[in-house]
Design a protein around this ligand. Sequence first.
Ligand code: ATP
Length: 308
Amino acid sequence: MTITSGEKGASQRDERGPAQAGHGLTPAPPKPPESAQDAAHRLGNDASPSDVPHTPAPALELRGVVKTYGGEPAVAGIDLTVPTGSFYGLVGPNGAGKTTTLSMISGLLRPDRGEIAVFGADVRADPRAAKRLMGVLPDRLRTFDRLTGRQLLHYVGSLRGLKTTTIRERSDELDDAFDLGPALGRAVSDCSTGMTKKLLLACAMLHAPRLLVLDEPFESVDPVSSQKVLDVLQTYVDGGGTVVLSGHSMALIETMCSRISVLVTGQVLAEGTVDEVRGEMTLEQRFIDLSGGGDEGGALEWLHTSSS
Ligand code: ATP
């Protein structure tokens, strides 16, 4: 895998307000990474353009990534490439290894083997560079739940090096976009699951990352809020951001994602555009097919037997 040097523009981007970006609440209308060719021109390098390959790093690259728990492989050597600007879906049955994969990408878990790079920054060798470029919605919503929503946003923004005024302005815009409502003034522990999810999604976007890594962002979120979240994410991608998410709703994945990967027992069984993966079937049928599901198998027959 080609792992290039970390991103230079990340710290400047952090202070770029959504309004400046020209997309209403588009937390990150990121510029594509500077190519070697552009850099050579900017630096007055006298190599001719044709000498320098035009190969910007993809948003995300995994090569040979393995994670085992007690000798059992949860992720069994996967390769993935997520192009910049894509809306990428990671789907698979329960226990397929989606959360484990996303946790390794976001640096919450360390792979046993393999390499992960975010816009060319190696997650293990240069975690600060990689984490600066990413916003993460983790599994299970663990957070500092004695803080109110607004305090949590302030805390997260401060850790990301944002000014107080910037945090306040962005928090207000994220409130409008996600309809955070009571979550801002209430202790996070007292928020509903869906509200907490929207609040943590806002936290993930606050520093205007170039890549969003979202573990089941629509789980427990009502349909109206889901549509709001979708609109924000779509605007973010239209502005050049990249989203990688996991989910179980094939209808949502089919509508939103430009590329998907089907993970089953820790292995990638299919990868490509939605059309490539589903072929002649619906995505749901293809998913069931790849997951080895659909076997009725006469299960729980005792349940159908009336007892007197
Ligand atoms: P779901 O759709 O149910 O959220 P998933 O695809 O996200 O599932 P993972 O949570 O990544 O799946 O789990 C992959 C495998 O690793 C499962 O067999 C799970 O039981 C196992 N696993 C995950 N975390 C641990 C852990 N901390 N210790 C032991 N085994 C684990």
